[in-house]
Design a protein around this ligand. Structure first.
Ligand SMILES: *Cc1c(COP(=O)(O)O)cnc(C)c1O
Length: 454
């Protein structure tokens, strides 16, 4: 049975199932039907005692797994900020999956190491970051932010004569953390992972769009980590990065959470949104959202190599630094898949102008979505500066019932959120595959959902 891995027929089967999935994406329910979800019970069985047929395993996935997927690679999924997958990027990942490389160190995979290095250079160039910036490739912005904050913690404490790797956090000099009340939930999680509790954070109010209120930012000093945001997860708003000047003057560290918004830097039209980002110390960004690489693809970029590498430090007798790029020195994990492959493929495929077209296209579609909804009597609660639209009906009850109807319609899918104390329907245009036609169909679904016709 273990020879099966060398038999191409199961791979052919997987490819055929995959093609079938791709072809049917435009016609299928955006969210799985109740029946598809109920039938997932087929997977509830005891751990198999004996080997099973590989064909049968693929058949089960195709027959029961595929209908219970969320069609986020199609054009009418607007939930969370998910992004689809650019085909060239997905195809590159398929190939790399067959390679099954471990990107921990150079000797495990020269190709993974090479593409990490190439992407590091390209990203630096793309976001116009300082030349000393280094990059680590992780599963997403949650981990990227964790890495940035760990580097910041190491750096600041080191400056104050405290080696946190040796002495730990107990009795360490005081570290200040300043962030807005609109910081993403994963930022609070990352802070707790690096040993900062809620009561230690200096939380700054935000304005009507969810931007940090610069007038209320406390005085910064050389013990401060200031966390800013490029792309509010609800409104899409960007903080004012001119705050970096203040931070740089006193030696505070600035981390920018740019999970989906940092890509605004691609667009000449949106250049004002990311103005001054290059003055920060570390940045987290995702490939798998705006850039539309497949999951999971996040990057930590840091201008202080020593701080990031020291914070992620690992040693072992069998781990001689190679003199080449050893990816694990920039990330918390050791074994990792070669996720630089699809990041490289996406940037190579799109080029600078392609990323600009992708980003501008999302923003144009989001604005179109917003204006069509407004024409149909919905309230749009945010300034649509990027890809996010916050929508409400006349009353909170109507908003919630409309949302429920949208979610069960199968035609489109959005999730709910709350904005300035009011329930909202949150629309995130983040797939390369979304067309204006998809938006027209979805707006009609919103109208029918409000009138409970679907
Ligand atoms: C999605 C998101 C994150 C978390 O990123 P993951 O890739 O899901 O780990 C952090 N911050 C913002 C603003 C986000 O939109």
């Amino acid at each position: 049975m273990f020879n099966e891995i060398h038999q191409k027929n199961i791979f052919e089967k997987a490819v055929n199932y995959a093609y079938n999935y791709m072809d049917n994406i435009p016609n299928r329910n955006v969210y799985p039907t109740e029946k598809a979800i109920e039938e997932l019970s087929i997977f509830d069985e005891p751990l198999p005692e004996h080997p099973n047929d590989a064909d049968e395993i693929l058949r089960l996935l195709n027959e029961y797994g595929s209908p219970a997927t969320v069609a986020q690679t199609g054009g009418r999924y607007f939930g969370f900020v998910c992004g689809g997958a650019v085909p060239a990027s997905l195809a590159a990942k398929w190939l790399a999956d067959v390679w099954d490389q471990n990107a921990a160190v150079y000797v495990m995979s020269p190709i993974a190491s090479k593409l990490e290095k190439v992407c590091e250079g390209w990203l630096k160039d793309f976001f116009n970051l300082p030349k000393e910036t280094v990059a680590g490739y992780v599963g997403g912005s949650s981990i990227a932010t964790f890495c940035g904050l760990a580097a910041a913690r190491y750096h600041i404490l080191q400056k104050h004569g405290w080696d946190v790797n040796q002495k730990g956090l107990f009795d360490a000099p005081k570290l200040r953390v300043v962030l807005s009340n609109q910081a993403h939930g994963t930022v609070f999680k990352a802070l707790s992972l690096v040993g900062v509790g809620r009561e230690q954070m200096e939380i700054v109010p935000s304005d009507s769009q969810g931007r940090i209120d610069i007038k209320q930012v406390p005085e910064l000093d050389s013990s401060t980590i200031l966390i800013l945001q490029a792309g509010n997860v609800n409104s899409g708003a960007f903080d004012d990065f001119a705050l970096c000047d203040e931070a740089n003057k006193v030696g505070a560290w600035v981390h920018i959470d740019g999970a989906f918004g940092l890509w605004a830097a691609a667009s000449r039209k949106l250049a004002n949104l990311t103005k001054d980002i290059e003055k920060a110390d570390s940045w987290s960004v995702d490939g798998h959202k705006t850039l539309n690489t497949p999951y999971d693809s996040g990057v930590i970029m840091c201008r202080h190599r020593e701080a990031l590498v020291s914070a992620m430090h690992q040693s072992g007798a069998y781990l001689e630094p190679s003199g080449q790029r050893d990816g694990m020195f920039f990330t918390p994990d050791m074994s990792r898949r070669a996720r630089s492959v699809e990041l490289w493929a996406t940037l190579k495929y799109l080029g600078r102008s392609g990323v600009e077209a992708l980003v501008d296209g999302m923003c144009e579609r989001a604005s179109f979505f917003a204006s069509e909804l407004a024409k149909s009597g919905f309230r749009v609660l945010n300034d649509v500066v990027f890809n996010q639209v916050l929508v409400a009906c006349d009353t909170p009850e109507e908003t919630l019932s409309t949302l429920r109807n949208i979610q069960s319609s199968g035609i489109t899918w959005c999730n709910g959120s709350s904005w300035m104390g009011e329930p909202v329907i949150r629309v995130s245009v983040s797939s390369w595959g979304t067309t204006f036609e998809d938006i027209k169909v979805s707006v009609n679904a919103f109208i029918d959902a409000r009138e409970s016709k679907i």
